[in-house]
Ligand binder design. Structure first.
Ligand code: SF4
Length: 649
């Protein structure tokens, strides 16, 4: 554990090189490495986002080996086709297999001539092998259409199990792969499934994805890579000293390791007080009427009406899940690493999490759980980032509801039921059918607007539509941009936000679309909010950089500084380190022309203003009611100034 090993694979030349980095030089994990490579070596900000120099870098933290629980995520870093700047996205449990490759990180550059499959594994003596294989585009498309009774990413996984079964079993490999959404849209996720080696099948609940930011689209379009199998039998440099960990935890928390994990992760396992567990189970109970539904249009409703919608959600959406998952079957699994939290709650074979289920559930006007289940399964099989997909669908429904487009003009067969005032839960079925039409249209690209969304994203599309339909915009007194919910970067970059009613998700920060911000439903002065958001962003940086699962942050954040100093013998102030690296992310964004821009649509501004009123922060609620635009600009600018000042140090 005295160096961080990178393998750079050029899939254009079928070559690889190994390089070792020293922790004391400030490379503490995959994000540090990726920022340095993108800024100084590849200079990817100069090129098209699908340039082969837009390296996909993925890596684990330095503390893998099994003794430390929750330390086995694999973090991906790339320049995002959505935000146009660097993005970070991670996937659970993959580090648990990747650690036996003998590598800490992989950088993929170049572009394969054919759709490429990489097999990266090591022998027991840690000798590294890389197999460069390929699949024709037509065979890949056939596989996505159906293999072994499965479709999309599931089918490709079974294809890999079939083709490389012997390797997978012998070298304990885990697949990382893309689906059709990565080929046809800028919204493709990177998927991974843990494998049951005895019967070569997907282990239930272990499906996970580094979904946000379009990493799958970069993997395919920049590098022509469709799948990577990683693992091996190398045991060197793994940290396995459980006794040391037990002792450390006892000193820090005066508690056993098992107890502190259970105490700090209760929400994700099971809360007996709430009678539920996991993000889906807990959030609908905890946030109630603050949950974003109907494309954030609930911000325009009274609390009374929002609570009525929440009653629908609890009855038709949450209860069916909770009855089965929390009480009857208790099918709880892990992401792939042995972890007592078993946060993966599985309903009828499908893992249920808050964000994707809200995205294709109440957020798009689908309140019947089984309807959302079908949608999530379908979208997952196609390999979409479902949060972004939910935003696209909700925006389309809103655009039609507001009369800016007729259903047929955007590939819909009917009007969605998207008015919360007249909505009844039975309207779910109609909205589910229409959502399927959107999903199919994004892949088939048989409608010019859907094609534009697939190729260039939502922000580019709203700008073009505002020009193309200027008369309608004037007539309806609302623009396409007004109905979209995203944070803007540069000219066309954007990131759709996670489902929390909070200014933190929309604030001028450099990596959003995840939890690198203060995401609590709260409001404060811009400086105070910026300070709390930056502090959270830096902590999340350290979490992702170390491969720690954020569900373990309750104890993990306190342990990280000790791990770096005692296990790696580094004398680095982690907070200062994270601040320095975050300022390099900002530098990259400036070079890429993708700095945060002021809020540009009405709904985004209303999300900010309404939460100030909701939380009853009098000073700002008053400012917003006197002059909304001036108040918002003032808040945004002061927030931004604080961040820039702090980063410039
Ligand atoms: S809490 Fe869940 S995602 Fe995190 S390590 Fe445990 S099983 Fe994996």
């Amino acid at each position: 554990m005295n160096k961080y090993r990178l393998c750079t694979i050029d899939v254009g030349k079928n070559t690889h090189i190994l390089e070792d980095y020293r922790f004391e030089d400030g490379i503490l994990g995959p994000i540090d490495l990726a920022i340095n490579l993108h800024l100084n070596k590849y200079k990817s900000y100069q090129y098209d986002v699908y340039s082969p120099l837009n390296a996909i870098i993925f890596g684990k933290g330095p503390f893998t080996g099994g003794a430390l629980i929750g330390m086995h995520r694999l973090t991906f870093i790339f320049r995002s086709p959505q935000s146009s700047t660097l993005h970070v996205s991670s996937v659970g449990g993959v580090g648990y297999r990747f650690m036996n490759s003998g590598l800490d990180a992989v950088s993929i550059v170049g572009k394969g001539r054919k759709p490429t499959i990489l097999v990266i594994y090591s022998e027991p003596d840690c000798r590294l092998n890389i197999v460069y294989d390929s699949i024709s585009k037509s065979e890949l498309e056939d596989v996505f259409e159906g293999f072994n009774g499965f479709k999309g990413v599931y089918a490709l996984t079974y294809y890999l199990l079939n083709r490389y079964g012997e390797y997978i079993r012998r070298y304990r490999l885990r697949p990382i792969l893309i689906g059709p959404a990565s080929i046809y849209t800028i919204n493709g996720a990177i998927f991974s499934f843990d494998i049951g080696f005895h019967n070569l099948s997907i282990r239930p609940g272990s499906e996970d994805s580094a979904a946000r930011g379009g990493g799958g689209s970069v993997l395919y379009n920049a590098h022509n890579v469709v799948a990577i199998l990683v693992g091996g039998l190398c045991e060197k440099a793994l940290f396995k000293d459980r006794k040391w960990v037990d002792e450390l935890i006892r000193q820090l928390f005066n508690s056993s390791y098992g107890d502190i994990i259970m105490k700090t992760t209760e929400k994700y396992k099971y809360s007996s007080k709430l009678g539920t567990g996991g993000t889906f189970g807990v959030n609908y109970i905890m946030y109630r009427d603050l949950i974003p539904v109907f494309g954030y249009n609930m911000i325009y409703l009274s609390r009374f009406l929002r609570l009525r919608l929440n009653e629908y959600i609890l009855k038709y959406f949450w209860s069916p899940f909770n009855k089965i998952v929390s009480r009857e079957s208790r099918n709880w699994f892990t992401c792939g690493e042995p972890c007592p939290v078993t946060c993966k709650k599985v309903y009828n074979g499908k893992k249920v999490d808050y964000e994707p289920f809200n995205a294709l559930g109440p957020y798009i006007g689908v309140f019947i759980f089984e309807d959302t289940l079908k949608l999530v399964e379908y979208a997952d099989s196609l390999g979409f980032d479902i949060i972004e997909l939910g935003h696209v669908i909700a925006w389309i429904f809103d655009v039609v509801k507001n009369g800016l487009l007729k259903p047929g003009e955007i590939g819909l067969s009917d009007h969605p039921r998207f008015d919360p005032l007249t909505y009844r839960p039975n309207d779910s079925h109609k909205n589910m059918e229409l959502a399927c039409e959107v999903i199919d249209g994004l892949i088939k690209k048989d409608n010019w607007i859907l094609r534009m969304i697939s190729d260039y994203g939502l922000r580019y599309t709203v700008k073009k539509l505002d020009e193309a339909y200027r008369d309608r915009v004037l007539d309806k007194n609302i623009s396409f941009k007004d109905l979209a919910v995203y944070v803007a970067y540069g000219e066309y970059g954007y990131m759709s936000i996670n489902f929390y009613w909070t200014p933190g998700m929309l604030a001028p920060l450099y990596i959003l679309g995840r939890y690198w911000t203060n995401y609590h439903p709260t409001f404060m002065s811009p400086e105070e909010y910026a300070a709390s958001s930056l502090e959270r962003a830096l902590m999340e940086y350290l979490i992702d950089n170390s491969g720690l699962c954020r569900f373990h942050r309750g104890w993990g954040e306190k342990v990280l500084p000790i791990l770096y100093s005692k296990l790696l013998n580094t004398d680095i102030d982690l907070k200062k380190h994270a601040l320095r690296m975050y300022s390099l992310i900002r530098l990259y964004s400036i070079k890429a022309g993708a700095e945060p821009r002021y809020w540009e649509g009405k709904k985004v501004k209303d999300i900010i203003a309404t939460i100030a009123g909701e939380i009853e922060v009098e000073e700002w609620a008053k400012k917003f009611s006197e002059d909304l635009e001036e108040g918002l600009r003032g808040w945004w600018s002061r927030f931004n100034d604080y961040i820039v000042r702090t980063l410039e140090g």
